[in-house]
Design a protein around this ligand. Structure first.
Ligand code: URP
Ligand code: ZN
Ligand code: ZN
Ligand code: ZN
Length: 501
């Protein structure tokens, strides 16, 4: 095998994910071969990763960048900069349809404009469908699939976004016919409204009551309901950002029946508790920093339950749900503080996490006796399974010939010492806080490579990638990772099957 002089070849050696001593050959941004003693010449660029672990670049399939509903949050530039500094090389963000829009095409065009030439990492979009008209499903969705947008997110709560059961069913039927992947935000909207009204009448409106207003039963009911609708229509789904043990058990039960019910959880549901919503002694409103939905739960047992789902395979995906708003800004989290009165209802939902996602989970992955998951599970959850579920298999999420050379090179254990203490000062997002301030992680990406180029060099200049380097990824149809549908054991439905209904 010969490498032409113009082509860079990086070699990465000695990891636990690849057998120690394996080198990774890269040509034209793709992994060309794996082996020992790969051929090289004096133009060959070599990264010595001796003693390091090398994992595929992170695929964060749930981030909110440049969305209208969080004007003080991250745009593509700050969000993707934060992504690569934390080892994530692909993000799937959202293009959000307004309920008043009867076509989704202008919306998609608009979000393309918001991302093009403004991203450090590769990106794609899920469509948030808020007004699923027959015309959109019949004529626009097939068009979007051709354009490489092969997934939608549906909301069962939030007044401006939510769909009723008949609308959910209509989208699931269209998903079955066309083969797009359906993500669902499962919380019972009416339960939340009822409690919110009663809390408000009783004068309970500080950030902590956000968690009281969205009890686990709201998530449990909606989760069971959407699983039922998905089973009825024989359609694969993914339930996003899960936080409740009973809801997770509904998922597990469905999976043991071989239903293609996928689930996702996020760092906030593994590491943070609702007491954070009480803020500090000096300032109760600081709790606003941790307002997200579903809310942080009350009991350490709740965190443990989510860890079990991470380790035992109930969760297919570990995403960030990066959806922050700036804290110290009249148009950000402070929307919930007016004339000295705190109103959790007005605090934009969501926490930052795209940069800390991989280091937080990696700290618990491995073979040490306090580890919670294997390194292989870590890679599945953070990279390879999101790539498969959302139609990026063959390109992203694997260290294998033919795949994009998106790699994370972690520090060798001998070099990490006491680990890294997370702090706002070291992060690259555009917002002014992290809920993980002061938390210690064992390791951090030493290098991040995007399509063979170093874009993050922690001991060098930090961000060394190019803000125009991120490419829009035209995705294929997603592949089922868990379970099967009535007719097919793998691969989403192609529309050629007959149904009585
Ligand atoms: O609190 C959150 N997660 N806000 C972002 C929107 C969503 O539901 O994912
Ligand atoms: Zn729009
Ligand atoms: Zn959501
Ligand atoms: Zn989200």
């Amino acid at each position: 095998m010969k490498f032409s002089p113009q082509k860079a070849v990086y070699e990465v050696t000695a990891s636990e994910v690849l057998a120690p001593g394996i080198e990774i050959g890269i040509e034209n941004g793709k992994i060309s071969c794996l082996g020992t003693s790969l051929p090289r010449d004096d133009r060959t660029k070599i990264i010595d990763a001796k003693g390091a672990r090398v994992t595929p670049g992170g695929v964060d399939s749930h981030v909110h960048f440049a969305q209208d509903n969080s004007p003080t949050g991250d745009d593509f530039t700050s969000g993707s900069r934060s992504a690569i500094a934390g080892g994530t090389t692909t993000v799937i963000a959202f293009a959000s349809q307004l309920k008043t829009e009867t076509s989704v095409i202008p919306c998609i065009t608009e979000y393309h404009t918001r991302a093009k030439d403004k991203s450090y990492c590769d990106y794609s979009f899920h469509l948030i469908l808020t007004n699923p008209t027959p015309a959109i499903m019949q004529t626009e969705m097939p068009l979007l699939i051709k354009q490489g947008i092969t997934s939608v997110k549906l909301y069962m709560t939030y007044e401006p976004l939510k769909l009723g059961d008949s609308q959910l069913l209509a989208v699931l039927m269209a998903a079955r016919a066309l083969g797009f992947t359906t993500m669902v935000h499962a919380e019972n909207s009416d339960i939340i409204s009822l409690i919110t009204d009663r809390l408000e009448a009783a004068g309970h409106s500080s950030p902590y009551f956000h968690a009281i207003s969205r009890p686990q039963i709201a998530e449990n009911e909606a989760t069971y309901r959407i699983i039922s609708l998905a089973e009825l229509t024989d359609t694969p789904i993914l339930i996003v950002h899960m936080s409740s043990e009973i809801a997770m058990r509904h998922v597990r039960k469905a999976q043991t029946r071989m239903l293609p019910i996928h689930a996702e959880t996020c760092p906030q549901y593994l590491f943070l508790l609702s007491e954070r919503l009480k803020g500090t002694e000096k300032d109760a409103f600081e709790g606003a920093k941790c307002v997200c939905s579903p809310p942080l739960r009350h009991d350490p047992k709740d965190l443990k339950a989510m860890w079990r789902g991470i380790a035992n395979g109930t969760f297919t995906i570990f995403s960030s749900d990066h959806a922050p708003s700036t804290y110290d800004h009249a148009g950000g989290k402070k929307l919930g503080l007016k004339d000295g009165i705190m109103r959790y209802k007005n605090i934009p939902n969501g926490v930052p996490g795209v940069e800390t996602r991989l280091p937080l989970l990696f700290s618990h992955a491995g073979r040490e006796k306090d580890s919670k998951l294997s390194l292989q599970r870590f890679v599945q959850l953070t990279s390879s399974d999101p790539a498969k579920l959302y139609g990026l298999e063959g390109t992203k999420g694997n260290i294998a010939p033919g795949y994009d050379a998106d790699l994370v090179i972690w520090y060798p254990e001998t070099e990490v010492g006491e680990g890294v203490v997370i702090g706002q000062k070291m992060l690259h997002h555009g917002v002014d806080y992290t809920p993980y301030e002061g938390m210690k992680v064992k390791n951090w990406p030493r290098y991040t490579l995007l399509r063979g180029k170093v874009v993050w060099d922690r001991d060098g200049e930090g961000i060394v990638g190019d803000v125009t380097a991120g490419k829009f990824l035209k995705r294929g149809k997603g592949k089922i990772v868990i379970g099967k549908t009535g007719g097919e054991a793998n691969g989403m439905l192609e529309g050629e099957r007959d149904f009585w209904y």
